[in-house]
Design a protein around this ligand. Structure first.
Ligand SMILES: NC(=O)c1ccc[n+]([C@@H]2O[C@H](COP(=O)([O-])OP(=O)(O)OC[C@H]3O[C@@H](n4cnc5c(N)ncnc54)[C@H](O)[C@@H]3O)[C@@H](O)[C@H]2O)c1
Ligand SMILES: [Zn+2]
Length: 369
């Protein structure tokens, strides 16, 4: 059992990580998040199983509870879905003393969080993440929102949950690629903050891939600690929080270039491997950083190379749209060595020219088909 306290405004909240936690959630809500009624917002894939169970368990304790579903997938993370869910909550009679429970992956958490942030100007919110990515990343930090035609996550709000309940047992039904996509963010946390954690992740790779609840619980707890510490240091994303974007400059570009057909975690794996090589090429990262990161990713069955035939020009153009870019120049989070992010004076990112990125990617590589 792990409980990680996360400092946040208006109040700190606990991330509770335990195999079997979901079954204990109704009792915990009674104690810590008492509300006049509960609205569960669930991904349609988990609504029939986990959602129905949670609703029944809350109803058995005499709690007014409703269950609302949304279609699964990133395409559902829209203002239209937000409006439909909000209307459903209004029709159900949920009041300002009610509580929204997000049950699903990061899509559900972002969507339901934004519903909770805006419903009657903000109601209590509980995150019950059901993907590894949501447990180690999306459910912590208080960012909520939806996508628009102009891009991902462009409309949203900061709205901290009152409690996050992560039960590694629910990950048993997760498809392999979705599990591995979450493991990419686990590698990221080790790479930027904790060499021992990175090594442990490699050592436990087989147990993590086999979804052993103890191994997953340990990783989730360490990742949450790391993310929580960074978020606490920089709640509004003005500085250090950029380090959580390690690997994401090229990942986002690659996702865009591949029209979002490549899973985010796979793009992040490729982006981290590339950033490690860029860092070494730029003389910022210690020699061996790139090899060690690539080996860690490979141990978790994640890709480390750009898909064959990726047009580098288009990729570098897309990278210029990254939120870290300044004055049209792309900036990268680089490692000092595995387990430690590199500082650039007072800054957390480095400007790297396209030519240097190209050289780093081409050096001894088969990236450029
Ligand atoms: N708010 C943040 O700080 C933050 C951080 C990182 C990512 N995100 C967001 O998270 C989203 C990605 O999250 P995700 O990877 O969890 O995607 P997701 O929510 O789409 O879930 C991935 C897939 O897994 C399925 N699924 C969920 N739980 C399952 C279970 N227990 N068993 C079987 N299948 C299950 C879903 O139906 C979906 O098909 C993106 O929209 C991203 O923007 C937000
Ligand atoms: Zn990510």
């Amino acid at each position: 059992v792990s409980t990680i306290p996360v400092p946040a405004a208006p109040a700190a909240y606990d991330v509770w990580i335990e195999p079997g936690a979901l079954a204990e959630l109704p009792a915990r809500l009674d104690r810590d998040v008492a509300a006049a009624g509960y609205a569960i917002i669930a991904d349609e894939r988990v609504a029939g199983t986990l959602g129905a169970k949670l609703r029944a368990a809350l109803a058995a304790r005499g709690r007014p509870v409703t269950l609302h579903t949304h279609p699964s997938g990133e395409q559902a993370k829209t203002r239209a879905t937000w409006a439909a869910l909000t209307d459903a909550l209004l029709a159900s009679g949920l009041g300002r003393d009610g509580c929204v429970i997000a049950l699903g992956g990061g899509v559900t958490g972002d969507l339901a969080g934004f519903v909770a942030a805006t419903y009657m100007r903000g109601v209590a919110f509980v995150q019950v993440p059901t993907t590894l990515l949501a447990m180690v990343d999306a459910a912590v930090g208080g960012k909520t929102g939806v996508d628009t035609g102009a891009g991902k996550n462009l409309v949203g709000a900061f709205h901290a949950p009152r409690l996050v309940c992560s039960d590694p047992l629910v990950l048993r039904t997760l498809p392999d690629p979705v599990l591995r996509a979450g493991l990419a963010e686990v590698v990221k946390h080790g790479a930027i903050a904790d060499a021992g954690y990175l090594a442990a992740t490699v050592r436990d790779a087989a147990r993590l891939l086999a979804r052993e609840p103890e191994a997953l619980g340990t990783a989730i707890a360490r990742s949450v600690e790391i993310k929580a510490r960074v978020v606490a240091a920089d709640p509004r994303e003005r500085g250090e929080r950029a380090t959580l974007n390690f690997g994401h400059t090229l990942a986002h570009a690659l996702e865009r270039e591949q029209r979002f057909q490549l899973a985010h975690g796979y793009a992040v794996a490729i982006g981290m491997a590339a950033a490690a090589r860029i860092g070494e090429h730029a003389g910022v990262s210690e020699p061996g950083t790139a090899a060690s990161l690539a080996a860690a990713l490979a141990a978790l069955e994640l890709p480390t190379r750009l898909p064959r035939g990726t047009p580098l020009d288009a990729l570098l153009d897309a990278a210029r749209l990254d939120k870290k870019a300044r004055a049209g120049r792309t900036r990268y989070v680089l490692l000092h060595r595995p387990g430690a992010v590199a500082r650039n004076g007072a800054e957390w990112t480095f400007e790297v020219s396209d030519a240097a990125v190209r050289d780093a990617l081409a050096a001894g590589a088969d990236d450029v088909a």
